[in-house]
Structure formats: structure tokens, C-alpha cells
Ligand binder design. Structure first.
Ligand code: PLP
Ligand code: TYF
Length: 393
């Protein structure tokens, strides 16, 4: 039976990790997979995470199962971090296996509620969005998002395309720090998106994987909070992988805002059911680390300070790269790098130019010319800038 399996196309981002490892050149630069690295190239365990783990180790007396939905302390604390004020009478939530698990289950929930659902997804988007929907056999339509000329959002095109989503369809939006482009909606643009969804009755699914990596924890949640305050039904897939640096702990949360308390209870039941079908109890360790941090003023403050250092490092690298490119190219055509937010920017280079950067300069970025800003440091920024200009980008 198993010999009937068809080979699966590998994940191009993950493949790049192996390719980079196999490159023996000195001075190679990894701008591929979206993992934060400090200026020494290390993905640190955050201070507050270490301390929370110590406290958990000292106080935990059992590893027995918890509850299908995941611990309430975690769900409440993370929902509050995402939403600010949580409307308890209409909020359902379950802990999931990472943000990816939350996305997967949001899509399954949408299909349970509406078997004819079509998902509208940005072009481009995180490749796993497409891969999961294809695997599920879920119909999806891409909406225009990125303007290749300005490297900003093509908002008129986006509006025209998402307006085609009908009642009961899902519109998948990146809450902040768009992956792979780095181009984001302004708050005014979020207002317009809300007005479109209000009119059509399509339901937003907000993928929030980088809260705190753009302009700050609250600033990055502004769009999500606006949507949550204005629309009757909203799905949110939150990830703690990046902002708590606990990638491998697989810590996510699916939040559903419903029309009323009755619908909340139905939705809560359906989401716990989905956990049971897919993996039963959700992972607990990462969730407990997060709730320990968020419910303790000292730990929370220290975590926020470290997250801000990370954010400022990214912003500093963006400014440095944009300014190096301004002087080397004698133009302002790379200024978008300073305007983009989050870990990524899409350069707008051709696949051939991306290949040249790899072959000639040992600089690895994803084939669509997405670069991970966190893969840089103050010394490698000028190297990248020179290589970009030399490759004729
Ligand atoms: N959504 C986007 C856009 C991402 O880039 C990621 C990153 O890995 C995720 C969701 C989910 O992350 P995780 O499953 O590691 O929590
Ligand atoms: O886009 C990225 O690089 C991150 C990490 O299958 C990632 O979101 C990449 C590929 C993948 C899972 C996570």
C-alpha cells in the first residue's frame, strides 16, 4: 500500500536550510527561513522564557492531561494580548499545535459551518496557506495584494478582489508583518476592508504570526482589533513561535468571535471537537510558558523589553540596508525596505537574480526574492547591498 504513495513536493523554504548548510563557503549569508537570529546569528531562548521554564519545573507536580481546549489561563491571557479587550460573551478559543494548527483548524471549522466555503487568500502568501488548502480540497481564490512597482500594497486591486467574496466565504488576512512581502495595510485601509466585509458578510480569518515584530505589540494588533470590534464573526489564528521565540514548542491559539453567547458555546464545542479529531489534547509546555509570562508583571515586562530589542534590531537593519542601497544605487528605489515591517521584505528580484546572489555571493534568500532581515547584521548589510547592486536588481 505505502508504495502507492506519490512523492510530495518539498517545502522550498525548508529545502533552502539544507542547501545553506551544505555550502562550505566562508561568509555565506542565510536570509531564508523566517526565524529570528540575533546579530551573532543565534536564535536565543528569551530571558523570560528561561525563567518561566524554571518556575514551571519547580512547581509542576503532574504531567497528566489537561483539557481538550487547552488551559484557560493561557487562552485568556493570549486572547487579551491579541484583542486588548476580550468580549467574553462572544469569544471562543482553543490552544492549537502552533499557529499552523490554528490556521488548519480555522479552515476546518469554516468548512464544517459552510461546506460551500471559498477562501480568498493574498497573492502572494505564506506557501503553507496554499498547501494546506490544496490538501484539504478547499476551494480558494487569490486576491491581488502586492504592487511590484512600488513594493507596497496594491490596495485598489485588493479591495476589488476581496469584494467578490460572498456571505459565508472566508477572507484570509495577515494581521501584520505580511509574509512574504513585508508590505502592510494602514489602519485606514483596514477600515475600508472592514467596510467591504461588513457589506458582503464574508468572514475574516486573520493570521497573526508576528505580533510585536512590526511596530509594537499593540500597534501590530490594531487591524485585528478593529476587525474584531466591528464584525459579528471573526477567526484569528495566533502564533507564539516568533514573539516568544518558542518555535519548536508548537504554541498557537485559534480564537473565534461569534454573534452571541449561544453561537460562542456551539463554536467552542466544535473547536474542542476538532482538537480531539486531530491530536486530542494540545501541547501544554509552550502554552504554560506563555501564560506564566503574561500573568506575571515582572516576567511580562522583561519579555516585552526583549521583544522590543528584537524589533528595534530589525528596524535598524532595515534603515541601514535602505540607506546603503540609496548611496550605492544612487536612487531611492530601495526605500521600501525601510517602510516594510516584520521579518521579511520582498526585493522584487527575478529568480535568476536570486540565483546569482546565491552562486556569486553565497547569499541565500527564498526564490521569490523574500529576504529575512533578521539574517543580517551591521557587517553583512553592506555586503548584501553591494551584491544586490552588482546583480543588477
Ligand atoms: N503564518 C505565517 C504567515 C507564518 O509565517 C508562520 C510561521 O511560521 C505561521 C503562520 C505559523 O507558525 P507556527 O506554526 O510555527 O506557530
Ligand atoms: O515563512 C517562514 O519562513 C516561516 C517559517 O513549512 C516556516 O514561517 C517556513 C516553512 C514552513 C514552516 C515554517
Amino acid at each position: 500500500m505505502l508504495s502507492n504513495l506519490k512523492p510530495q513536493a518539498p517545502d522550498k523554504i525548508l529545502m533552502l536550510i539544507e542547501e545553506f548548510k551544505g555550502d562550505t563557503r566562508q561568509g555565506k549569508i542565510d536570509l531564508g527561513v523566517g526565524v529570528y537570529k540575533d546579530p551573532n546569528g543565534v536564535t536565543p531562548v528569551m530571558r523570560a522564557v528561561k525563567e518561566a521554564e524554571k518556575r514551571i519545573w519547580e512547581s509542576q507536580t503532574s504531567k497528566a492531561y489537561t483539557v481538550l481546549a487547552g488551559e484557560a489561563d493561557y487562552r485568556n491571557a493570549l486572547a487579551a494580548m491579541v484583542l486588548g479587550d476580550v468580549p467574553a460573551d462572544r469569544t471562543a478559543s482553543v490552544a492549537t499545535v502552533g499557529g499552523t494548527g490554528a490556521i488548519r483548524q480555522a479552515l476546518e471549522l469554516a468548512r464544517m459551518a459552510n461546506p460551500d466555503v471559498t477562501v480568498y487568500v493574498s497573492d502572494p502568501t505564506w506557501p503553507n496557506h496554499l498547501s494546506i488548502m490544496k490538501f484539504m480540497g478547499l476551494p480558494f481564490v487569490e486576491y491581488r495584494y502586492f504592487d511590484n512597482e512600488t513594493r507596497g500594497v496594491d490596495f485598489e486591486a485588493m479591495k476589488a478582489d476581496i469584494a467578490k467574496a460572498g456571505k459565508g466565504d472566508v477572507v484570509l488576512l495577515h494581521g501584520c508583518c505580511h509574509n512574504p512581502t513585508g508590505a502592510n495595510l494602514t489602519l485606514d485601509q483596514w477600515q475600508e476592508v472592514v467596510a467591504i466585509l461588513e457589506k458582503s458578510g464574508a468572514i475574516p480569518l486573520i493570521d497573526l504570526a508576528y505580533q510585536g515584530f512590526g511596530d509594537g505589540l499593540d500597534a501590530d494588533a490594531q487591524g485585528t482589533r478593529l476587525v474584531a470590534s466591528r464584525l459579528p464573526e471573526v477567526l484569528i489564528a495566533a502564533s507564539c513561535s516568533k514573539n516568544f521565540g518558542i518555535y519548536r514548542e508548537r504554541t498557537g491559539l485559534l480564537i473565534a468571535l461569534t454573534e452571541n453567547a449561544e453561537a460562542r458555546d456551539l463554536t467552542q464545542g466544535a473547536m474542542a471537537f476538532l482538537n480531539r479529531q486531530n491530536f486530542s489534547f494540545p501541547p501544554d509546555h509552550g502554552a504554560r510558558v506563555v501564560s506564566t509570562i503574561l500573568t506575571d508583571d515582572g516576567l511580562r515586562g522583561d519579555w516585552m523589553a526583549e521583544l522590543e530589542e528584537i524589533r528595534n534590531t530589525l528596524l535598524g537593519l532595515r534603515d541601514q540596508l535602505a540607506s546603503e542601497l540609496r548611496s550605492l544605487s544612487d536612487s531611492d528605489r530601495f526605500d521600501f525596505i525601510a517602510r516594510h515591517r516584520g521579518m521579511f521584505s520582498r526585493l522584487g528580484a527575478t529568480p535568476e537574480q536570486v540565483q546569482t546572489l546565491k552562486q556569486e555571493s553565497g547569499i541565500y534568500m527564498v526564490g521569490d526574492s523574500r529576504l529575512n532581515i533578521a539574517g543580517l547584521n551591521r557587517d553583512t548589510v553592506p555586503v548584501l547591498a553591494r551584491a544586490i547592486v552588482e546583480a543588477g536588481i
